[in-house]
Ligand binder design. Structure first.
Ligand code: WQD
Length: 336
């Protein structure tokens, strides 16, 4: 039996593919390569030393799903395939609802129809919005402040209801800020177009492709005035997915888990850690706050620790060193 990983050529998906293989699971990848390079497939086959079946197609297309489930014996699914830009979701909300919710509905229907026992859903800490209470726990208020965040929260609801109406189990994993790469540097984060996230932009400065980092706001009520996030190593996230597939939950039920480190780090602290990890100065300039940014967010991961036996093990220095180790081998991304 195999685990289907939709979006398995993406940044987080590709790392889960390797972790599942290393855990002894057979994997089938489905990706439309709209936001991932086909070269990731070669990298994954190299890393896993296996042929790794890969199907190119849209996870929201019932005909594609028929072919995938018909051609492979699949007992579990990890669903990553989604559009994930907060800014883009504000300018194209209907496209985000159609794409992200369409794929959740089609995939859940196909999975239930085929008797799949478990579906793990790639959700996000953005479902919490600008919550007040920190650290954020799974039962904290969920008030997404973007259509992207709404598609993640609605996706969780859809899957919980689908599980309750069938024998399937649904596990929702809310990631905080994923950073880092597989220690080999063979796979990593290769944003399509201009990256928006902090660490990819820091890496552009280190690679000489950006003069300096713009720090979006230094007037927050934090230890150094810059915003706080919970950065978590993508390899820790990957191990969390293996645990989510193995954990014992009853059929027809669903469960949600935060995957973070449980500690917050400011932008300037990330910058200082990158300078130390990479042994280089990283020039920056304080700029205006970025619209929509929240001041602080970090996770309460007690539930994942107690129920999944999972905790993040890798620190910020390792995240940044591993992230750079991929970038320095792919200065123009996978296509280089
Ligand atoms: C982190 C901090 C910025 C760039 C986003 C998505 C979220 C999730 C993770 C999908 C913030 C600051 C950034 C820069 C800066 N993705 N920053 N200069 O916004 O916490 O979360 O990625 O699920 O949905 O919203 O991550 O890396 O963009 O920003 O100062 O050039 O770094 O203001 O405080 P964010 P980020």
């Amino acid at each position: 039996m195999a685990t289907l990983v939709t979006g398995g050529a993406g940044f987080i998906g590709s790392h889960i593919v390797v972790a599942l293989h290393d855990a002894g699971r057979d994997v089938v990848v489905l990706d439309d390569f709209s936001n991932a390079s086909r070269r990731v497939v070669d990298a994954l086959r190299t890393l896993t030393g296996s042929h790794l079946p890969v199907v190119e197609g849209d996870a929201g297309d019932p005909d594609v799903l028929d072919a995938v489930f018909g051609g492979n014996r699949i007992d579990s699914v990890v669903h990553f395939a989604a559009r994930k830009s907060v800014a883009e979701s504000v300018s194209d909300p209907l496209g985000y609802y159609r794409s992200n919710l369409g794929s959740v509905i089609a995939l859940a229907a196909a999975a239930i129809d085929r008797g799949v026992g478990r579906l793990v859903f790639s959700s996000s800490a953005t479902v919490y919005g600008s919550t007040s209470a920190l650290p954020v726990a799974e039962d904290s208020p969920t008030v997404p402040d973007s259509p992207y965040g709404q598609t993640k929260l609605m996706g969780e609801r859809i899957l919980a209801d689908a599980a309750a109406s069938s024998d399937m189990r649904a596990v929702m994993l809310r990631y905080f800020n994923p950073v880092g790469a597989h220690p080999s540097g063979v796979i990593g984060e290769d944003p399509s177009g201009e990256p928006a996230n902090l660490v990819p932009r820091i890496m552009q400065v280190v690679a000489g492709r950006r003069d300096r980092l713009g720090v979006f706001g230094a007037d927050y009520s934090t230890v150094d005035g810059t915003a706080v996030r919970d950065y978590v190593h993508v390899m820790d996230l990957a191990e969390g997915h293996v645990a989510a597939l193995d954990t014992d939950i009853a059929p027809s039920s669903s469960r949600t888990y935060n995957l973070g480190t449980g500690s917050g780090t400011t932008v300037l602290q990330v910058l200082a850690a990158a300078e130390e990890a990479l042994g280089t100065r990283i020039p920056y300039k304080v700029a205006e706050r970025r619209p929509g940014d929240i001041e602080a967010s970090w996770a309460d991961c007690t539930r994942a620790r107690d129920e999944l036996g999972w905790q993040a093990r890798r620190g910020l220095t390792q995240m940044l060193a591993d992230h750079w180790n991929f970038v320095r081998q792919h200065l123009n991304g996978y296509e280089s």
